[in-house]
Design a protein around this ligand. Structure first.
Ligand code: AKG
Ligand code: FE2
Length: 210
């Protein structure tokens, strides 16, 4: 994996003070993404047959969020034949509830694995986000929503920027299939209970090997 990574989360002291409007813009962006994610989750809760507020309160009321600003260097090759395949991000599923991916409009690098096991491109659609389902939503919905395997390969000569906003349950939340989702599937739970923070730490330790 080869990329430039900057991670923003709760800690306001981690935010750069240069350029001077960075902090203000990021805070505004995060607040809009949080509001949008909350509304998407309300729509999903309704679609699952629950109340719109199913994922609030104890479940994700005080949502944990992380935002990654990721830069993927462009690939330069003298003869076009030796393009390295490692400028990107390896195959993974996201950890939490939802991810809002805001990617450069003119580079197709994000790929998603479909049900037949093929990798298909998720080309940018200007003015839209790609919305990934995360592992916690897969568990809550008892598999009615799948956390999609995805990867990023930047084989373009251009530097690609992606801003990924992750909307997650509270760190200490114990997540298990909702009754309404069990009833709509086999009646039995397909996934064991997971504490979100433990799942996160475990995945980060196994996904990012230094
Ligand atoms: O760069 C992208 O398009 C997606 C990044 C991603 O999947 C992630 O940060 O989890
Ligand atoms: Fe991801």
């Amino acid at each position: 994996m080869l990329l430039d990574l900057f991670v923003l989360s709760y800690d306001p002291f981690c935010r750069p003070i240069q350029p001077t409007n960075f902090k203000m813009l990021m805070e505004e962006y995060v607040s809009l993404c949080t509001e949008l994610s909350r509304n998407i989750m309300r729509g999903i809760a309704l679609a699952l047959g629950g109340s719109p507020y199913e994922f609030e309160g104890e479940r994700a009321g005080n949502a944990f969020w992380v935002m990654r600003l990721i830069g993927y260097p462009g690939v330069h090759s003298a003869n076009g034949s030796d393009i390295p395949k490692d400028v990107g991000c390896g195959a993974h599923t996201d950890y939490g509830l939802l991810t809002l991916v805001n990617q450069d409009d003119d580079i197709t690098a994000l790929q998603v694995r479909n049900r037949s096991g093929e990798w298909i491109a998720a080309p940018p659609v200007p003015g839209t986000f790609v919305c990934n389902i995360g592992d916690m939503l897969k568990i809550y919905s008892n598999g009615l929503y799948e956390s999609t395997l995805h990867q990023v390969i930047n084989s373009s000569p251009k530097y690609r920027v992606c801003v990924a906003y992750f909307y997650e349950t509270n760190f200490d939340t114990a997540v298990e299939p909702l009754d309404i989702c069990k009833e709509r599937t086999t009646g039995a739970k397909k996934f064991e209970r997971a504490v979100y923070g433990e799942h996160l730490v475990n995945k980060v330790q196994t996904n990012f090997v230094y």
